[in-house]
Design a protein around this ligand. Structure first.
Ligand code: NAD
Length: 407
């Protein structure tokens, strides 16, 4: 298994190679400013106590407060959180928003907890970490298996502990509890705006076929957004199965079926595939929207998509990046493609601090205006330098971070 933190560091060093970025900057970004490991005691519904390990990695605050999601996952570990935090620093710089990078995780399978236990665990995470969080310090958000409801519990616990009533310490909250219009769909929407900006340049047809891996917050919204713009989503998957229909799927019907049956098995008129097979389908656009390390040196030679739109974090290993580049497949890197989530999170934070509530139209317009120019610049730089869009995006981020370091 590829260590995601080693991948992130390799990407950083590759982008710095042959450039004039200062040693100080690269050394700083190779490690986190602060890493916190906590133990969260959880009283279970049966009265017993279990202990869960949690992390918050505060990678870089050169451009603003640490910003990044909290993941609840049985496979979460410190190196994964370190990688995700480093990518957040790059992502906020690519999007040119005044935030730094951080990430959190709890080693837990939330499906094994009752709703009350999940609430107590979420509140316990905040009790363990609240002295290191705050609107101007560190502003977490949702990630895998963490929902707007969990953000509500967390912000409520933070308010109880500190008396801070801005609700600006956590983003991704439900609308009506300090959340922003458009946040739920923001990562998928941002990815779609980036796709649209690059579609013609990459030589894709006006209407594309798409395979989406993962149908959680990010993948589910992305599938619906592509279809609502007239494209064809031919494959979708959850953690166990993938389904494929060359004629196209109705993402809403797929999600409804999954909610009712808790599985994709038995969905009508589709071919059942594995997740690995989904990745190798002959589509225009492949959208990994689940986990890290999905495109590797093993399967990269067989990928048939013309564009990989990385809505997951870290789905492509550095070895796969090289193979895909050689094969002329455009990989739109996570730090650009999925930046919509953190951009709208930052809008939410700003609305909380100013006591404002923006309309969905305003949020989406601002999101598009934020991401499209960055997508264009990164594409043009990549072409001019003959490098991957990931390296070009890292270079743009490093330039902005260097400016902050020097000022
Ligand atoms: P989620 O928990 O809502 O959904 C995750 C999805 O991945 C589910 O459909 C799950 O079934 C699927 N999945 C889990 N294990 C899998 C496996 N082994 N193979 C295939 N599919 C699997 O999480 P999310 O918020 O949609 O996050 C998905 C990805 O997007 C993560 O990499 C996350 O870091 C990234 N991301 C999320 C946001 C956000 O705003 N939520 C923002 C930027 C990036």
């Amino acid at each position: 298994m590829v260590n995601p933190f080693e991948s992130a560091q390799r990407q950083l060093h590759l982008a710095a190679k042959g450039s004039s970025f200062s040693n100080e900057l690269i050394e700083r970004l190779s490690r986190a400013e602060r890493e916190i490991t906590v133990t969260i005691p959880l009283i279970m519904d049966d009265g017993s106590t279990r202990f869960f390990e949690g992390y918050r990695v505060q990678h870089c605050s050169l451009r603003g407060p640490y910003k990044g999601g909290i993941r609840f996952h049985p496979g979460a570990d410190l190196d994964e959180v370190r990688a995700l935090a480093l990518w957040m620093t790059m992502k906020t710089a690519v999007a040119d928003i005044a935030m730094g990078g951080g990430k959190g995780g709890v080693v837990v399978d939330p499906d094994t907890l009752s709703s009350n236990e999940l609430e107590r665990l979420s509140r316990g995470f905040v009790r363990a970490l609240y002295l290191n969080l705050g609107p101007q310090v560190d502003v977490p958000a949702p990630d895998m298996n963490t929902t707007p409801e969990i953000m509500s519990w967390m912000v409520d616990e933070y308010e109880k502990l500190t008396g801070d009533t801005t609700r600006a310490t956590f983003t991704g909250k439900p609308v009506g509890d300090g959340g922003s219009e458009g946040r739920g769909a923001a990562t998928g929407m941002g990815g779609y705006y980036v796709f649209e900006a690059l579609q013609e340049k990459v030589g894709l047809p006006a209407k594309v076929s798409v395979a989406v891996q993962g149908m959680g917050n990010v993948g589910g919204h992305a599938a619906r957004i592509f279809v609502s713009h007239g494209h064809k989503v031919v494959a979708m998957s959850d953690s166990k199965d993938a389904i494929y229909n060359e004629e196209g799927l109705d993402p809403e019907a797929v999600e409804k079926y999954k909610a009712e049956h808790r599985s994709l098995k038995g969905f009508p008129d589709v071919k059942m595939l594995t997740n690995a097979e989904l990745l190798e389908l002959p589509v225009d656009v492949l959208v990994p929207a689940a986990l890290e390390n999905q495109l590797t040196e093993e399967n990269a030679p067989r990928i048939k998509a013309k564009m990989v739109l990385e809505l997951a974090n870290g789905p492509t290993t550095p070895e796969a990046d090289e193979i895909l580049m050689r094969r002329g497949i455009k990989v739109v890197p996570d730090i650009l493609a999925n930046a919509g989530g953190v951009v709208v999170s930052t809008f939410e934070w700003e609305q909380n601090i100013k006591g404002e509530h923006w309309t969905e139209e305003e949020v989406l317009n601002r999101l598009r205006e934020t991401l499209v120019p960055q997508a264009n610049t990164i594409y043009e730089n990549a072409e001019a330098l003959g490098v991957t869009m990931r390296i070009a995006a890292f270079k743009v981020a490093l330039e902005r971070l260097e400016t902050c370091l020097k000022s």
